[in-house]
Design a protein around this ligand. Structure first.
Ligand SMILES: [Zn+2]
Length: 435
């Protein structure tokens, strides 16, 4: 008996030890500043997403069109866990003070976070941490407004595209400053609308682009190790070498060949070249992608517009060949707003075929809005009529990819000029209020 007791004790102790060691290793990074400062509270919230609504055992009936995938589908349990995980809201009891956003400043991600923490001091703002990046940084969803009609903005999914993170931060700051100053129009706007902003979907990539590899926590990460081969002015992927904007488990995510066409810019492995997009060995593999999947499912209902902000090219993409006419019509109306202010060239469904464009965040939200379900068989969103154009859209919304700026740049003068000259904030506000 004694021996058995001893054995049990040893086993239990070993488990505890393993757990403790594991915890120490995973919490190497600053347990994000917020929680340690007592003027902020974090409120953990369980997911209210009913994942069963979004899963099916069926797969598309015609998979012959798909010749070859690079990536495996997303693991079913990973998908379920993504939708059912807990996240937390950050709250503050302090009074809001006007925030000065400085366009002349190369903010580090930590400095951007401080802005978000100051935003949450306003009653009109809710701040949700929707997940954590590969290197341990928080991904923030800033909700501004109490209205039912929602617009979602995503920025900086590509590492070197830092302008979108700055534009969206500036837009959020201006809205909240204006609301707090008692501006009647803004108060009315935020009573009827809710603006949901993910300023940086790739915070590790942001910091790497702005500050270099020294700010990364994981010295064994792909980017840290290959830093001397990477041109960080153009780097797109996360610091694990996966292009987040190809990592979504959409119907044709991770596609390599289609018919006779070789999707040559899609890479089969992690790459340091600037125009190769690696979708990951498995779709939905990256923590940033998972945070976004959760974010999309949580918010897509009541959302009338989803805007992905990128750089560069001064182009706006709308429409998807295989999605409904309603979707294409709505998206075109939104992209026309962008064109009218900025002159950015509009590219519609004719641009939706070609090299390695499958598995993006905009594909994902578009398919979710059409009611496509996650297939346990393929690990991808799926319709039973693959190859046919979707007829109905369950949640009517426009979906855009806006490529701001002429060229990739970290030059703040150029970024600032573009923001004002192209009236980026007016573009955003008009899309928020489009009928
Ligand atoms: Zn991009």
């Amino acid at each position: 008996m004694k021996i058995i007791k001893k054995l049990i004790t040893i086993i239990v102790l070993t488990f505890i030890l393993f757990f403790v060691i594991d915890e120490t290793f995973t919490s190497y990074n600053k347990e994000i500043l917020i929680i340690n400062e007592d003027k902020f509270n974090s409120i953990t919230v369980g997911s209210k997403i009913n994942y069963k609504e979004y899963i099916t055992d069926e797969s598309e009936s015609n998979t012959k069109l798909i010749e070859e995938f690079i990536s495996e589908g997303m693991n079913v349990d990973d998908f379920k866990n993504t939708l059912t995980k807990s996240t937390y809201y950050i709250e503050s009891t302090e009074k809001y003070k006007k925030i000065n956003y400085d366009f002349e400043k190369h903010y580090s991600y930590e400095e951007l976070e401080k802005i978000y923490l100051n935003l949450v001091k306003s009653d009109i703002v809710k701040l949700e941490v929707i997940g954590r990046s590969f290197d341990g940084r928080n991904l923030y969803s800033i909700e501004i407004g109490t209205g039912k009609d929602q617009t979602m903005f995503e920025g900086n999914i590509h590492a070197a595209e830092i302008a979108p993170a700055l534009y969206l931060t500036k837009y959020a700051v201006d809205l909240v400053n204006s609301y707090e100053s008692g501006d009647k129009e803004t108060i009315e706007l935020l009573k009827n609308h809710k603006i949901i902003i993910l300023p940086s979907a790739n915070p590790d990539g942001y910091d790497y682009s702005v500050k270099g590899k020294e700010v990364l926590n994981k010295t064994n990460s792909y980017v840290y190790i290959n830093d001397n081969l990477i041109d960080n002015d153009y780097y797109k992927a996360n610091i694990n070498g996966v292009d987040l904007n190809r990592n979504f488990p959409t119907q044709t995510g991770g596609l390599y060949y289609k018919g006779e066409d070789l999707y040559y810019t899609v890479s089969r492995e992690k790459s340091t070249k600037k125009l190769e997009y690696f979708p990951g060995d498995e779709l939905g593999s990256e923590p940033e992608t998972r945070a976004m999947i959760y974010w999309m499912y949580k918010n897509y209902k009541n959302t009338h517009a989803y805007i992905a902000v990128h750089s560069a090219g001064r182009v706006v993409y709308d429409g998807e060949q295989y999605l409904s006419n309603t979707f294409n019509k709505l998206s075109n109306a939104c992209s026309t707003i962008v064109n009218e202010y900025s002159g950015y060239f509009q590219l519609g469904i004719e641009a939706d075929e070609g090299q390695g464009i499958e598995g993006t965040s905009t594909d994902m939200i578009g398919e979710i809005a059409h009611g496509y379900k996650f297939s346990t068989e393929t690990g991808r969103l799926s319709t039973s009529k693959y190859g046919e154009k979707a007829k109905n859209m369950e949640q009517e919304m426009c979906v855009l990819t806006i490529e701001t700026l002429e060229n990739y740049t970290k030059d703040l003068d150029i970024i600032k000029e573009e923001y004002y000259d192209m009236e980026i904030s007016n573009i955003f506000s008009d899309i928020v209020t489009i009928d």
